[in-house]
Design a protein around this ligand. Sequence first.
Ligand SMILES: *Cc1c(COP(=O)(O)O)cnc(C)c1O
Length: 431
Amino acid sequence: MLQSNMAVNPQGHFVFAGFDTVELAKKYGTGLYLIDEDRIRGNCRQYVHTMRSCMPAGSVPLFASKALSFKQMLRIINEEGMCADVVSAGELYTALAADFPAERIYFHGVNKTDEDIAYALDNKVGYFIIDCYEELYALDRMAGERGIRQKALLRLTPGIDPHTFAAVNTGKVDCQFGVPIETGQAREFVSAALKAENIDLVGYHCHIGSQIFDAQPFCDAIDIMLGFISMIRDEFGYTASVLDLGGGFGVRYVESDPHVDIPACIRRVAAYLEKACIQCGLPVPVVLMEPGRSIVADAGVTLYTVGSVKEINGYRSYVTVDGGMSDNPRYALYGSEYTAIIANKADQPADYLCSIAGRCCESGALIQENIMLQQPERGDTLAVMVTGAYNYSMASNYNRLRRLPIVMLHEGKDYLAVRRETFADLLSCDL
Ligand SMILES: *Cc1c(COP(=O)(O)O)cnc(C)c1O
């Protein structure tokens, strides 16, 4: 099996987090997101404990809540001692609704509107990660109006290509996020931020990309960021005390993906940072990391019911399920690979080549192409693995499909954390 929280039981059923998935499909209906809460908590602890053990006091992981945001998820993140990063007022609203302490929330996002800024200031969000000049000036003005000196980091682009898929590579110079170092613009940006009276600049942020399988790209980012911190210190006499290295550690979607030893990578990053700081004569900054995918992806499985098996003679076979691009757009968006299994035939050989299609009315709306499954037929339960990140959070109501519920699996108990949308929900904004 792909992961240690997966198995096959004597009935030949696929077991996830100790639960017979065929039974869960019967109990809750399909499509259905399952989330292994214990796996999430374990993933959180790897980051929290490792960062605490080898980085300066105050170093902490922030959960990139865009990967999976709903109230219970934010409660779990809080209980595990992580901070949260939000990229919109809606994600902030969700975190606050879960009683997430505002001072532990970092407000990210490109193009925060005045309404977003006011909402975050009025709710006393801990830190802003400022993306552009317009935001810097608006935040300075609006914080001043409220008599607040707002703590903030600046989002900079170090110009790193971590060799990942272009659409999820956000640290290179030519992108819409942050301000680039290479062009000299970041220097000007810092200069402006240091002049802003109502902004307390604590440091810099960079996010180099996603699905990164080793520590090296982070070490490369450290070289560039420390070079920048030294240059600013020499020129302006300002030394950043916080360095946010962003998210991006990868997960195994398929057997051929490498396994990332996250604690080992964090220790390597910490050792590299310490050495590089000594070389530059800089104090070691407090480190923030922003894992999203590596906290939740391997905690998720999606269950569907097979509706049809269509063999196009001379071409290929399509298996359709009661979900699709509306609950998992990642294949349609990025061509992402997934592992799938017929959950009620998990002990049978996977010798049937097919593509998995959903119910959305687009030819590209596939969940996976050319995958090997057990012989499928109508009524079977299909499980797609490693769907905890960027599935629920990217879900849509395309074709007026109702968004799926989330069932949490925790210490042998299953409970509903997000209910299935109803037809009435689909009309809730229609006048
Ligand atoms: C997407 C994103 C993350 C999380 O990335 P993962 O690959 O899910 O770990 C963290 N920080 C920022 C700024 C992001 O845009």
